[in-house]
Design a binder for this molecule. Sequence first.
Ligand code: ADP
Length: 272
Amino acid sequence: PVEVTASPLRDDGGIRGAVVAFRDVTERREMERIKDEFVSVVSHELRTPLTAIRGALGLLESKALDSRPEQAAHMVHIALTSSERLGRLVDDILDTERLNASTTHFDLEEHRVDDLVAAAVEQVSVQANKAGVRLRPDTTPEIVRADGERIVQTLTNLLGNAVRFSPHGSSVRVSALPAGDLVELRVDDEGRGIPPDKLDAVFHRFVQVDASDTRERGGTGLGLAIARSIVERHGGRLWAISEGEDQGSSFRFTLPRVPPRPSGQLRPVRTP
Ligand code: ADP
């Protein structure tokens, strides 16, 4: 589409002519369309837990459950878990917006990959224990230039997903290998895998393989979109590989590599 604007050229005697401008607005319209779609999906996502909270509190207020304490307790549980979900959604939505604004500051420092992996494994360990999934980090001497907190966030997200979509008794492996002037990090699980036509789509906001994935498994649908933005802000790439159903998934990303030095103290990773 082309936008046409015209403005009159005047002098003392009146209108002398006009300046007509043609502007190609294809890109702007597309940006606006994406933004509108995002706003409508976000409001739907926010409304779902809000409706559950209202429903549960309404029932409690009506005293209809006064003689059924177990059901009343269940309603309180629904209201609580839904408000936690609402909180996570708001945090993640704000995070995607912040990452899109290129003004967000990244604290680039040298980090041992082992330290970053250990911090992420620690954050996911309770969830993994509950799910009966073993986290197996391989040690590596690699050093990367990265915002430690943001990379721990990325790894935590990938590990959390791997645990959520893996069966009891399986393992999730985290490894890193040098690839020229990059380090490639991998999170491999033995879970249900991702169909080939969804391998790229899962990185888009609110896209999931099964419609029930986010709600039943407690995610927000934004984790991989956030992870990809973080990695791309480091100049790296994040992608997924899966051989098919029940063949597991492998999430891989690259970061700038720092050649190893004989000694030298690296800053510890700060975690929230
Ligand atoms: P969610 O909060 O829904 O997990 P994500 O952006 O983290 O949002 O992931 C998007 C979707 O990708 C998930 O809903 C799930 O369908 C799929 N997915 C992500 N990680 C895995 C994995 N390790 N195994 C199988 N499917 C996965």
